[in-house]
Design a binder for this molecule. Sequence first.
Ligand code: FAD
Length: 263
Amino acid sequence: MKDFEFHRPSSVKDAVALLRARSGAKLLAGGQSLLPVLKLELAEHSDVISLAGLGELRDIRRDGDKLLIGALVTHDGVHRSPEVQKAIPALAQLAGGIGDAQVRNRGTLGGSVAHADPAADYPAALLGLGATVITDRRSIAADDFFTGLFATALAADEVVTAVAFPIPKRAAYVKFAHRASKYALVGVMVAETAGGVRVAVTGAGAKVFRLTAFEKALQGKLSAAALDGLTVPATDLNSDAEASAEYRAHLIGVMARRAVQAL
Ligand SMILES: Cc1cc2nc3c(=O)[nH]c(=O)nc-3n(C[C@H](O)[C@H](O)[C@H](O)COP(=O)(O)OP(=O)(O)OC[C@H]3O[C@@H](n4cnc5c(N)ncnc54)[C@H](O)[C@@H]3O)c2cc1C
């Protein structure tokens, strides 16, 4: 690991000021994605800015028809939160299925969202539930947030402070997990929201995406039978040692049907 200067600001404002002052700086939350990158020297950062001192980012609270979850809430914190379990049980369950106990105790919602790993679970929840990413300066709809492979709409000096999840009528997340890491080979979130049915897929493409053909079929008829005959084209899907694009296309259909049945 290359040397870097370590900072531990005590406010979001100070974290942003540090990011602006040091062009090679990187934020550190739970370190579950950043530390492997640093250890393997896949990236070099002159400065690492820990968010650990920002207690204000650890809140979970209900705000009308939304659930606000702070960026520093760990996956385990989301999984065990009575507020999350009550308002969006599918989200609590999703968080409990991330990685292993160590990853869940260190990794954070904000870190996962900002990292935008194409096989991560939370992106499916954000897109499937129609969530909004809140940063130090603006709100970004999930539909506009994930822009590509490990890419988001965040500016280099922007800090995710929370995610606002609209509370759905019902939702379910089902994934076909990688045997070792538990990352999603394919994960599907189906949600009945105030704005209609949303279906989001992670693990299968360069970034999380919505399955509009499935959404249309499920509007007003939320049953697995409504998906009869629908298939997913393998074009543009990921293909690797774990699963071919064709297999992932098949898995999307299976996971979507299981999610609908689990609603
Ligand atoms: C063995 C293993 C198994 C895993 N399995 C899964 C799995 O099954 N499903 C899954 O979804 N994930 C999995 N992960 C990834 C895990 O969920 C990470 O916790 C997550 O990707 C990153 O969160 P973090 O808090 O650790 O972020 P960090 O590693 O600290 O940071 C990741 C990136 O986000 C940026 N960042 C962090 N916080 C903020 C913020 N508030 N604002 C802006 N940028 C920020 C950092 O600068 C960095 O670029 C696994 C990881 C490991 C090591």
